[in-house]
Design a protein around this ligand. Structure first.
Ligand SMILES: *Cc1c(COP(=O)(O)O)cnc(C)c1O
Length: 413
């Protein structure tokens, strides 16, 4: 670990205070030209006593704008103090979590996994057009049937075709022949360039796709592709639990990654993360963004710097080992419930290194699913699966209560 250490609250407070002091002060400097200020002081009083020990809330009141991508080129000088914290967290994730060489990647804090996925598709569509003179209708998105619907949103917004590869019902994996068949169908329909969305933890199952299978099949079909990893759910879990993971920047096939700090990291909403190898962000550059210092190559535009600071605080409060321990605690609980389900003969899917257990709906009465707030794979009344996501609040006591109720129902059946 190069950067990812544990720091005390006092250290974090001092660094945030210093960063805020390097941002523009609307009261101490004259600042006439930016359409920005602190939060409204009539409503959110800056000198409230409880803010003293709460650096994140102080940042919230100062309201820094992190418009643009700070790892590349210039950024707005008004907020350079807190931009620095965002750059630190992006570099930490790229190098320590995703095995990139130092300063070889760009990234920014997006509104969520949806935005980060759209950012990826947007970059690659433009990349194929500008670098390979692709026509819009020769480019397609390619991903598994268990992929998050944000990828379908990206296809719709960017006006490109989307091809979905079926997965096995039991192990949620894509087979070579199925992928090959889908790719050949796309090629027959005129597609020559593929934007692959490879899942590092699907939303419903926590299943993980193989980037190398995509490479094998697309290379065998002699077409160009770019591969994006959707780690919105699994991004803070899988790299910790599978030391042999191929879903990182040490793998030349991987070009970019989506993460969501507002899922497993329990950061405030608005903390998606987009990471990409250098040389790619430029493809989302809009030259009309001339009033912003540097270049805005993000989908967001203005965005709250406080979101980046929240992620930064969480990562440095735990440190690498603290986070490893927390994830292992969740995996322990996951294993606990899997063992109980095995004993009861209940069919389920669970990736051994992920914290989702997805149970066949045949074993679960709707009232039980409702009582424990299990989430179905669809809400149209014909659910095939119900999932348990083992989050911090999902204790073994709660899981035990669920197992008891489930056992009683199974006896009745
Ligand atoms: C949640 C999720 C998304 C979308 O993320 P939002 O933060 O809700 O926009 C995308 N992909 C996967 C795999 C997800 O789990």
């Amino acid at each position: 670990m190069k950067y990812w250490v544990k720091r005390t609250h006092a250290e974090l407070d001092r660094k945030i205070t210093e960063a805020l002091a390097r941002n523009v002060s609307y009261t101490q400097n004259v600042c006439l030209g930016v359409p920005a200020s602190t939060l409204d002081q009539h409503v959110f009083y800056e000198h409230a006593a409880f803010l003293k020990d709460a650096p994140l809330l102080r940042a919230y009141v100062q309201n820094p704008n992190h418009i643009g991508c700070h790892t590349f080129g210039d950024s707005e000088p008004f907020f350079e103090g807190t931009h620095e914290l965002e750059k630190e967290l992006i570099e930490l994730l790229c190098v320590d979590m995703f095995k990139a060489a130092d300063h070889s990647c760009d990234g920014y804090v997006a509104s969520g996994g949806t935005e980060a996925n759209i950012q990826a598709a947007w970059i690659y569509r433009n990349y194929f057009v500008s670098e390979h003179s692709a026509a819009q209708n020769q480019i397609a998105l390619l991903s598994s049937a268990d992929t998050h619907y944000s990828v379908a949103k990206a296809a719709n917004l960017l006006n490109i075709e989307m091809y979905t590869v079926p997965v096995n019902d039991n192990d949620r994996q894509i087979e070579y022949i199925q992928l090959d068949r889908t790719v050949k169908q796309a090629i027959a329909a005129g597609i020559s360039y593929f934007i692959v969305f490879c899942n590092m933890g699907t939303t419903m199952f926590g299943s993980v796709d193989s980037p190398d299978l995509y490479k094998q099949v697309l290379d065998a079909n002699d077409v160009l592709f770019k591969l994006h990893v959707d780690g919105a759910f699994g991004g803070f879990v899988y790299p910790m639990t599978d030391k042999k993971s191929q879903l990182n920047f040490a793998n030349p096939v991987v070009s970019s990654i989506t993460l969501d700090a507002h899922k497993m990291l329990q950061a405030p909403y608005g903390t998606g993360i987009f990471l990409a190898r250098k040389g790619l962000m430029q493809h989302a550059y809009t030259k009309h963004a001339s009033y912003v210092s540097g270049m805005d190559m993000t989908l967001s535009g203005s965005r709250g710097g406080v979101n980046a600071i929240a992620i930064w605080m969480i990562l440095f409060t735990y440190g690498h080992f603290g986070w490893l321990e927390k994830i292992n605690k969740l995996l322990y609980r996951t294993q606990w419930i899997c063992d109980k389900l095995d004993k009861l003969g209940v069919a389920y899917y669970c990736h051994p290194r992920m914290n989702i257990v997805t149970i066949r709906a045949a074993h679960i009465a709707p009232a039980l699913a409702d009582k424990y707030k299990l989430v179905p794979n669809n809400h149209h009344g014909d659910a095939a699966w119900y999932k348990i996501v083992v989050m911090d609040h999902v204790s073994i006591d709660q899981l035990q209560a669920f197992i008891r109720d489930l056992q009683n129902e199974l006896v009745k059946i």
